[in-house]
Design a protein around this ligand. Structure first.
Ligand SMILES: Nc1ncnc2c1ncn2[C@@H]1O[C@H](COP(=O)(O)OP(=O)(O)O)[C@@H](O)[C@H]1O
Ligand SMILES: [Mg+2]
Length: 277
């Protein structure tokens, strides 16, 4: 997996989009990279995929330094998939089937296996109906699901998701969250960027905060969100379950369901006791 050592990236001479960034993706299974607009999240992903080349520092993948020749990048991209924030950036063919088949043909998969993998991947994103649709006829959220189907069909080991729910309605967001959770269950490793702190809190087990290209904080979800000042300082918000913990002196719940269970057990049973006196 990726280890990033003192990575600096400059688009131009004077400004560092990434500034001495050190990260280790062995720290978690679903890693969140959070930070406000312009903090360097997409630049980081582009460096990991070899689309951009580090100005200083190094990126190791499976303990080997990233190489930028065609063959090395081809091998890297067999194992690591990315879903860009803008689905139009990654969809090349006008028909959904052809688009999904393209990357698979590129890595030499035979046509029968391609057909099977595409059906399976579209099923996973609940998009089987899209198979013979022109891409331009799909909504933004549907295109995002196709982009995710593409990394599922590639059977990538590691998937980078750049703001996968940005611009989606609640139903599509839930659909994407379910897809991420099921990819994780199948043993895929996921690195996700998002502005949605509730989503990050729900699914991630390790977090890095990027601020103006620098790692400002890192740790387990509980550790990072415990420092509410830092979260607010970088223009982000606390997840609602963390706010409840801080402001209502209730335990820190990991999920909505845990809170309801606690409430039903402690509050409702007290009410019943009072009533029965
Ligand atoms: N193609 C580019 N050319 C010059 N500067 C860029 C380019 N892309 C991004 N930047 C700058 O790099 C910084 C980090 O951007 P980006 O990685 O897109 O942040 P994020 O994804 O966190 O919003 C910002 O200051 C942005 O303006
Ligand atoms: Mg971005």
């Amino acid at each position: 997996m990726f280890k990033i050592n003192n990575l600096t990236y400059k688009y131009d001479k004077n400004r560092k989009a990434l500034d001495n960034v050190t990260m280790d993706f062995e720290k978690g299974n679903i890693i969140g990279i959070i930070g406000s607009n312009g903090s360097g999240k997409s630049t980081l992903f582009n460096n990991l995929m070899g689309i951009l080349k580090a100005t200083e520092g190094e990126i190791l993948y499976k303990n080997k330094r990233l190489k930028y020749d065609k063959k090395s990048l081809y091998n890297l991209r067999k194992e690591v998939g990315i879903v860009f924030q803008d689905p139009d950036k990654q969809i090349f063919y006008s028909m959904v089937y052809d688009d999904l088949a393209f990357a698979l043909r590129n890595i030499g998969i035979d046509e029968n296996t391609i057909r099977e993998r595409i059906h399976k991947a579209l099923k996973a994103v609940n998009g089987e109906d899209f198979i013979d649709r022109p891409v331009h006829s799909l909504s933004f959220g549907q295109k995002k699901r196709i982009a995710i189907a593409s990394v599922i069909a590639m059977e990538n080991e590691l998937i980078l998701l750049d703001e996968p729910t940005a611009g989606l309605d609640p139903k599509s967001t839930r659909a994407i969250v379910d897809i991420i959770k099921s990819m994780h269950k199948k043993g895929k490793k996921i690195v996700i960027t998002s502005h949605d702190m509730n989503l990050i809190y729900d699914i991630c087990d390790y977090i890095y905060i990027l601020d103006k290209g620098k790692v400002l904080s890192k740790g387990s979800v509980e550790e990072v969100f415990a420092d509410s000042e830092k979260i607010l300082q970088v223009g982000l918000e606390l997840p609602w379950l963390v706010k409840i913990n801080k402001n209502m002196k209730l335990p820190l719940f990991k999920s909505e369901e845990e809170l309801y269970k606690y409430w039903n057990k402690n509050f409702i049973s007290n009410q019943v006791k009072k009533l029965s006196i």
